[in-house]
Design a protein. Structure first.
Length: 338
């Protein structure tokens, strides 16, 4: 059982320059606290995504941390050349002495893709071809590829990642049918949804992993993403978490509301109490949070918990205190229980 951090980098209450610096200080605390990895989302033209170029921010993360692994979850391959993405991936892995975790995807928001002139209906096909180009570049000295969306003729591959043959791979997954591909290729999986929905995914992944000859000891990360706030008391945690989530949800849903549509994905509700009821949020004192995390580990069948510790109106001090309490009083005990 390990713990990571997931970050949308949504718009906070402070100027964005201060937000970047305070977030980097918070990531230094994650490094000291023993979190496994920091995963950064990519979003565009929305207050949900104040880090629309993940590589730029992650380059700073590489320099401000020593042990913490990090990476995009996910690089949106629909919006860039896979050759350019490959070069950035190699740079980040080299700059961090081999600490990059690589998530790639098509982009979940068709509204954001359309702002860039991309056809959402073709996004899946573009992503699949782009990811195939990147994987080919990891293994070849010269790149030649002629597909439906990308063409490369005898391109010299001068950069390589430090981790060979490539950094660990990650997928955000919501369809059990995709677990076979992930298991066959040893790809780490992250899910949203209720514990019962996630359990369907983790059981299916383990089944496919076993069919492929894998052992339980070597199984990749099977993770779930949760909003988490830890404070000295249950009442204090609830007091700060509720308005923070409401601010986060306003950013999360903004583009969809402007279009008169409902946000897709895991079904985040606008009401904070409903968020807790659906098990999407873990809030309370260290003891309360320990119990809730242990319950989700057992019910969802996960071996990795992605903690969203900074979101909405939470201040740096509140998020830092939450991370400290989680690292000191939750992680060690739930690890032993798992």
């Amino acid at each position: 059982m390990k713990y990571g951090v997931f970050d949308h980098m949504d718009l906070g209450a402070r100027p964005i320059s201060e937000q970047y610096e305070s977030r980097l200080r918070l990531i230094e605390a994650y490094d000291r606290g023993g979190f496994h990895a920091y995963h950064l989302a990519e979003h565009h033209a929305t207050p949900l995504g104040m880090a629309p170029s993940p590589a730029v921010f992650l380059a700073a993360v590489a320099q401000r941390t020593k042990r913490l692994r990090f990476g995009p979850l996910v690089y949106i391959l629909t919006l860039q050349s896979p050759l350019r993405a490959y070069e950035e991936i190699c740079m980040l892995d080299q700059m961090s002495a081999g600490r990059l975790e690589l998530g790639m995807g098509k982009g979940i928001s068709p509204i954001e893709l359309a702002y860039f002139g991309a056809d959402p209906a073709r996004a899946q096909a573009i992503y699949l071809e782009a990811s195939a180009v990147i994987m080919k570049a990891f293994s070849e000295k010269r790149l030649t590829h002629h597909g439906e969306h990308f063409h490369f003729d005898d391109v010299p591959i001068e950069l390589a990642p430090l981790q060979q043959p490539h950094p660990p791979l990650w997928l955000g997954m919501g369809n059990p049918e995709h677990t076979r591909h992930a298991a066959l290729n040893k790809i780490n999986m992250v899910c949203n949804g209720t514990t019962s929905q996630v359990r369907v995914m983790t059981d299916r992944y383990r089944e496919e992993w076993s069919k492929a000859g894998g052992t339980p000891r070597d199984i990749p990360f099977l993770g779930v993403n949760r909003h988490i706030v830890v404070a000295d008391t249950d009442a204090e945690a609830y007091r700060v978490a509720k308005p923070a989530y409401e601010a986060w949800y306003a950013s999360f849903s903004k583009l969809w509301r402007e279009k008169g549509q409902t946000p897709p994905g895991a079904g985040y509700p606008p009401e904070f109490d409903e968020l807790i009821r659906r098990s999407f949020c873990i809030v309370g004192s260290p003891q309360t949070v320990r119990d809730m995390v242990a319950e989700q580990v057992e019910q969802a069948g996960i071996n990795y918990l992605l903690c969203r510790l900074a979101f909405g109106s939470l201040s740096y001090e509140q998020s830092a205190r939450s991370a400290q309490l989680f690292a000191e009083h939750v992680m060690p005990r739930v690890k032993r229980a798992a």
